[in-house]
Design a protein around this ligand. Structure first.
Ligand code: PMP
Length: 287
């Protein structure tokens, strides 16, 4: 069965889904996107993702084509049509199709494209082994809180990481880690505090980050929302990342240096289990 995608009001096979040449997403990267985890056929934290979508659209002044209820219906329908149990749902909204001109077009309709990617999240091998990250300069613009489709800096950062044998890049500005190329960055201090950069225009407000902070508060885990340096990360007791497509992954080396003993840390593993339980993975929850 070919993958079914959603494009501008229709569900259709991927090979039939065509976007016009003059789409501003293609020409300018003029659009925003969302990515949502799917577990047991259910969208994880969908309301929070749709809230962030609404905010991103407002910030770049693209009219939201659907209500929250309509978005949810379309997302659920796409998951159902693809028989997807576990993975990732992606969608983007661009400013639409018009002759190439920087000014907003007067009459263009936003282009809406949505697809699914089946993927093992709960039993991903990297969740057991942990991943390597390397640090790179953060080359992005100053509104990283907007989930813009223009991701050239992250493409370059993540390719650098891959070529260094790592799975993620941690971007660094003024000596402080901002976030991962496509994830939020966390460390745990030797005193057991979970440290994450506070929200600002410098980072994307990660939805997995938000849920994890709520879960940690409920568990009485000490949280420090503050910036941390690369040196502090090298010296941390544990490190991990969060994202909708991976949930929580242990980070076991940074720039080739092992984090503590170079194995996934106990608090990271506990947080992953808490998150899995919240996301509705009952078989893992009892461990
Ligand atoms: N930061 C960046 C730069 C990202 O691209 C992502 C994932 N899209 C995240 C953080 C994590 O956000 P979320 O938990 O909402 O996937």
């Amino acid at each position: 069965m070919s993958r079914i995608v959603f494009l501008n009001g229709s569900f259709l096979p991927l090979e039939d889904a065509k976007v016009p040449f003059m789409d501003r997403g293609f020409l300018f990267g003029d659009g925003i996107y969302e990515g949502i985890g799917v577990l047991n056929g259910r969208l994880v934290d969908n309301e929070a993702h749709l809230e962030r979508l609404e905010r991103s659209l407002r910030e770049v002044r693209i009219a939201n084509p659907y209500s929250r209820a309509e978005w949810t219906r379309l997302e659920e329908e796409l998951v159902r049509r693809n028989g997807m149990v576990e993975g990732f749902l992606y969608f983007q909204v661009t400013r639409g199709v018009s002759e190439r001109d920087f000014f907003f077009p007067e009459d263009a309709q936003p282009t809406v494209a949505m697809f699914t990617q089946a993927k093992s999240i709960v039993h991903a091998p990297v969740a057991e082994t942990g991943i390597a990250v390397v640090t790179v300069p953060d080359l992005r613009w100053e509104r990283r809180d907007i989930k813009a489709i223009s991701l050239l800096a992250q493409v370059l950062a993540k390719q650098t990481a891959k070529e260094a044998g790592a799975q993620e890049a941690w971007m660094v500005e003024d000596g402080f880690v901002t976030e991962g190329g496509s994830s939020s960055a966390f460390i745990i201090t030797k005193a057991g505090a979970v440290v994450v950069r506070p929200l600002s225009h410098a980072i994307l407000p990660g939805i997995t980050r938000k849920s994890l902070l709520e879960l940690s508060k409920e568990e009485g885990i000490v949280l420090e929302e503050r910036r941390f340096t690369v040196e502090e990360a090298y010296d941390a007791a544990e490190a991990f990342l969060t994202s909708a497509s991976n949930f929580i992954l242990p980070v076991v080396t940074i720039d080739g240096r092992p984090v503590a003993d170079g194995k996934p840390g106990p608090l990271t593993q506990k947080l992953r289990q808490l998150y899995l339980k919240m996301a509705g993975a009952p078989a893992m929850a009892a461990e």
